[in-house]
Design a protein around this ligand. Structure first.
Ligand code: ATR
Length: 504
């Protein structure tokens, strides 16, 4: 198998800026794409010189607005620019463009002849910035007009089901050369698993320019920066034997799981990759996992409950907690686990220095999905507890399941909170991403004054120190954020993935 190349899209305003980008990322890329449409007008006059200014093969692209680019000046001037860039071919091929991207409806025989005569490969491209493309093989074949082109299809999926279909259709393309990619966050798997869609290359953008690309194109293009592709996903080591793991959720904008698991795969010498596959519905995510042969995946908000009825088997933790965060495919059987609860138990014991919680009175703040896993663990560790929540019915549901007390989250419950204050576990989202001084909007216990004897475990880990932790700490309390829970639940997940990897 030929490994897909890593292409860096150069979207600087000047050639000098683009040269600098290539130099900065040279260790991680194989090809660069000069996006002439991003250059200032004066710079466009000098594009012929560009291939000689960098040390990797270069694609020449002048993308029109209708294809997702920035070029607005019309076809005549675009043709002139192509001609200028492809003319005066040098005997040293390194000084010529290695590739030129002509859209499927752009046919100028003289340009095509010039490209072919001087060994510049033609990428024949088709973009649908709004919709997915079906009948991929047919679409690609229709673009192989001279037999020398590398056809390219880039499209916009509406759901992960469209991406699944793209993978399925692309699986038949092992013997031909083409570029295939799905755009947007949904299309992310096609960027990382480019080998599985038999794509000749995968496009990347410099980290510092990702935001600019998004704001100019008005949509998330789903590009990744080449360093992340290399450092986190070990892209160059992926091949047809690589076992695929991943994470699903929605919108899944921020997740540290790929970093954690890919690192573990690497240190354990496993040929495996952990890739995000965001999906609005769990049914689509599950269909994707089945279709592309995912061996195991993590499940996050909002799918932890809805995944359960789709599975063949679930462990006792999942049954009791009603939430599943880990799925593995074990010899044809899809099994669900919950590693949040054991992860939390381990973290809480490490934090308190205790071996169990017998005789302790614990306040559980919040009654969402995370709270249920915490309540399960607290029960198993032998504590008595009270669940405090803004919406009392949710507090009651959890409390009744585990034989705990419950109360509203507010000043009216002060006495109760003091009663259950040996250990306070904060599970609400209030304080997540908070900045600044503790206040009513970022501190779920703003009505409560710590006396310094409480131990506070906040399951939030961004920021490192939440506003409620600031107040507790100031009163002399022992405090912890949720990083240890994240780490321990990830360790437990990894053990499940490793077992599946070894037995696959
Ligand atoms: P998760 O799965 O992360 O626990 P969730 O199920 O949406 O997420 O639960 C969020 C928890 O944070 C709930 O306990 C929620 O309280 P309600 O049940 O009353 O909605 C709590 N929460 C979120 N925002 C809050 C706020 N501003 N004040 C108090 N509690 C809040």
């Amino acid at each position: 198998m030929k490994r897909p190349l890593v292409c860096l899209c150069l979207t600087g305003r000047t050639l000098a800026e683009d040269v600098e980008l290539v130099e900065r990322y040279s260790h991680f890329i194989d090809v660069a794409e000069l996006r002439v449409d991003f250059l200032d007008e004066a710079e466009r006059l000098n594009i012929r010189e560009f291939p000689a200014m960098i040390n990797v093969p270069c694609i020449l692209t002048i993308r029109r607005v209708s294809d997702g680019g920035q070029y607005r000046e019309g076809e005549a001037s675009r043709t002139m620019l192509f001609a200028r860039a492809l003319a005066f071919a040098e005997s040293n091929p390194k000084k010529n463009f290695a590739y030129v991207d002509f859209e499927e409806d752009f046919h100028v025989p003289s340009l095509q002849d010039a490209a072919l005569a001087f060994g510049t490969k033609i990428i024949r491209s088709f973009h649908d910035m709004q919709n997915p493309v079906h009948n991929l093989a047919e679409k690609l074949d229709a673009m192989r007009t001279t037999g020398f082109e590398i056809p390219k299809v880039a499209c916009m999926p509406h759901s992960l089901a469209d991406v699944t279909q793209l993978f399925a259709e692309a699986s038949a393309l092992a013997d031909s050369q083409q570029i295939v990619c799905a755009m947007g966050n949904l299309g992310f798997p096609t960027r990382i698993l480019a080998h599985a869609v038999h794509s000749y290359l995968t496009y990347t953008t410099a980290a510092e320019l990702l935001d600019k690309m998004i704001s100019l194109s008005g949509q998330a293009i789903g590009h990744i920066d080449p360093k992340t592709l290399h450092d986190v996903y070990h892209f160059r080591q992926l091949d047809e034997n690589t076992k695929v793991f991943g994470i699903t959720g929605w919108p899944l904008k921020v997740t540290s799981s790929p970093k954690i698991h890919n690192k573990k795969f690497e240190t354990n010498g496993m040929n495996a990759v952990f890739a995000p596959f965001p999906s609005e519905t769990i049914a689509d995510a599950f269909a994707f996992a089945k279709s592309i042969g995912v061996k195991g995946f993590s499940v996050t908000v909002p799918h932890k409950e809805h995944i359960i009825p789709l599975l063949d088997e679930v462990d006792d933790n999942v049954k009791k907690i009603g939430a599943c965060n880990t799925v593995v495919h074990d010899h044809g059987i899809w099994k669900g686990y919950n590693t949040d609860a054991p992860g939390f138990s381990k973290a809480l014991l490490a934090f308190t220095g205790l071996t169990d919680l017998h005789g302790k009175k614990v306040a559980i703040i919040g009654a969402g999905g995370a709270s249920r896993a915490v309540a399960f663990a607290v029960k198993e560790l032998g504590a008595q507890a009270c669940v405090f929540n803004r919406t009392i019915s949710r507090a009651r549901a959890i409390a009744e399941q585990f034989g705990f007390a419950y109360a509203t989250l507010g000043a009216e419950s002060l006495e109760k909170l003091h009663e259950y204050s040996d250990i306070i576990v904060q599970t609400t989202s209030k304080g997540m991403g908070a900045e600044g001084e503790p206040n009513q909007d970022n501190d779920p216990l703003y009505f409560y004054d710590f006396d310094g004897t409480e131990m506070l475990y906040d399951i939030i880990y961004v920021p490192d120190v939440t506003p409620v932790m600031v107040r507790a700490q100031a009163a002399g309390c022992k405090v912890s954020n949720g990083l240890t829970m994240l780490q321990y639940q990830g360790d437990a997940q990894f053990m499940l993935y490793k077992e599946i990897y070894e037995n696959a």
